[in-house]
Design a protein around this ligand. Sequence first.
Ligand SMILES: [Zn+2]
Length: 358
Amino acid sequence: MKTQRLIPLIAWLAASVALLPVIARAQYINIRVSAKFILSPTGVRPTGVWTNMDHWRTAIDIANAGNARHGRGFRYLYPTFDGDVSGYGQYYNLEDGEELPFEYSIRTNTAQSHWRADALNVYVVNNNLGTVAQPACAGWASNPEDVLSSSAPYNTMRGRIVVFCVNMQPTAGPFGIMAHEFGHHQSLIHTWANDRVADTRVDADPTVCEQPGVPDPCACKFNQTIALGQSQGWTAAEFRLMTNNIMSYHCDVDSDFELTEGQLDRWADMTRMFLSTECTGRTLFVQFGSTAPAPDGYSLNHVPGGGPFPTVFAGVVAASGAGGDIVVLRPGSYNEQFSITKPVTLRATRSGWATIGK
Ligand SMILES: [Zn+2]
């Protein structure tokens, strides 16, 4: 768990950059998780998988194994259980269409709902209105970039909560649901929608395979993707990224779920922009040759003129002197020489080598 995962570029750093001793906690951006239970009208907790701490640990371990593979330094902490929520019995069985009023009520009654600004808030509800084969609820999460809805009063609030439903069956991916819903929380969008990421394909709509009467929804979804991909000339890597993508509905195994570099960039940007209080650091992007006129360290120009820093030096300067930030170096040979005098972690991406040195 504590293994240093600082990519090969560290060898190049030694050649020309004087490094401070590494502070272990700065290698990760930890995301705090706070869990709450919605009580029934008679004051009873929902019972099922999300009332089992071992289940939480396994799910978080799987999500973090994915985070480690993806190499951006994010890590979910095991949850704190911050209380039972009374007075929300009407949402004990959360039904379609109730998500927005539920979140709005949670967020406007923070004392009663134990909502925390400094953590990812998970609310566990009952809702097992479907059948074993077609569960009505797995989980839900709102998007931190978007207001809950364009209509009042929901247009005053961007998304910030995650909902888990108990009693999910193994066929529904009881652990991967966490990585998927937390992915939404970090701003990721389903692969068959416009996901606001440049390097992902648009998948076939999988929901048509989840209707009664479809004998094998997993095969149905896979076959739809194969047909679409073949018609569009997807590469083998694109197929793999789609059928293993945690933001798809494909029946992937939890141990090898994937995200594209673009999805990871979006995660980092939106987390920094909207969820900074929930975690221990920021991601700052450096891109060799970046011509952003007013570089702010986001992966692209979310604001006019913004974008990656052009030099490692500029990224390090922008990093917090208190530690915790991660500077992500996009591929290139950075011809720089300087001293790092603060605790900061440099990471390369899976896209290629980042070399520093004169
Ligand atoms: Zn989803």
